[in-house]
Design a protein around this ligand. Sequence first.
Ligand code: SAM
Ligand code: DTB
Ligand code: SF4
Length: 323
Amino acid sequence: MQNPQTSVTETLRHDWSETEVLDLFALPLNDLIFQAQSWYRQFFDPNAIQLSTLINIKTGGCPEDCAYCPQSGRYHTGLQAEPLMDLEVVKTAAIEAKQKGASRFCMGAAWRSPKDRELDQVIDMIAAVKSVGLETCATLGMLTANQARRLQAAGLDFYNHNLDSSETFYETIISTRAYQDRLDTLAAVRASGMSVCCGGIVGMGETPCDRAQMLITLANMPRHPESVPINLLVKVEGTPLQDEPELDPFAMVRMIAVTRIMMPASYVRLSAGRMEMNDECQALCFLAGANSVFYGERLLTTDNPEFCRDQSLFARLGLKPLQ
Ligand code: SAM
Ligand code: DTB
Ligand code: SF4
């Protein structure tokens, strides 16, 4: 745990260079994990894990062309588009998530950006989820400053909006909006007073330089995102990235470790892709400093480990869910 004499803000860095970060990526794995653990233990109980349950409140039919995403209306993934979910269905799912031990409930919508009328409905959902006693998070696409303020006023605790990759690689993955749009939404979220949840995806064909640049953009922000999800690409048939080669599992472990070193006081989430990882790989990710997962049988449109499988993994590793 951190020495109370030193303030957290003094310890955290916002001046990372690409060479420094690439050197971290290139360390022998044992040295990298030792550094990550050393930072991790200054800020967190290393045996506690934060659990967020996801729900897809609006499925498919999205106008954007994100090459990884099964919810883009442009690809033929066999996904049936659905309208915005009823409030009662969301509340029932939140009650189940709470009973199963989640501390946060994250609502995702396949939108480029929400219309104000849609935001009204999400605001009702935020109140319902809060009444269950869960932290709230939403990921609804791009926001204006005013929309961010409205969500904050409604009690939304976190807003998730990922950078996904480096600025240069991003342009090869999404053509319907620019990296700067992402940064603008993140700035609006930060200015509103909500906590920021922002990370990316590995395994899309990016280089270690792209991974380093994405982490530098995050860590060199005036404040680190409170939550950093690291997703392993889920290769969905019908998306342009369906045939991407398998990523070396150790590349995921390294990405988690470097994220932990650069943003030591943030929650680092081992996010999408756990269905493709064995228990040993997940344990290595926790050793590298991941202290959060998506918990529940579905992510947005794809499978995630079942509740009981995760409960047994946490018990075998001695990990205690945070409340
Ligand atoms: N439509 C909103 C947006 O894009 O901002 C919110 C939902 S979107 C599905 C949220 C994030 O999920 C994406 O930014 C991406 O990081 C992640 N994601 C989507 N499809 C994925 C996949 N196949 N594998 C891994 N992560 C994925
Ligand atoms: C995040 O970083 N990962 C989540 C969440 N934020 C919204 C989404 C993962 C989606 C995986 C593919 C799917 O299930 O559609
Ligand atoms: Fe739409 Fe979000 Fe999927 Fe992109 S990631 S296609 S914006 S749902």
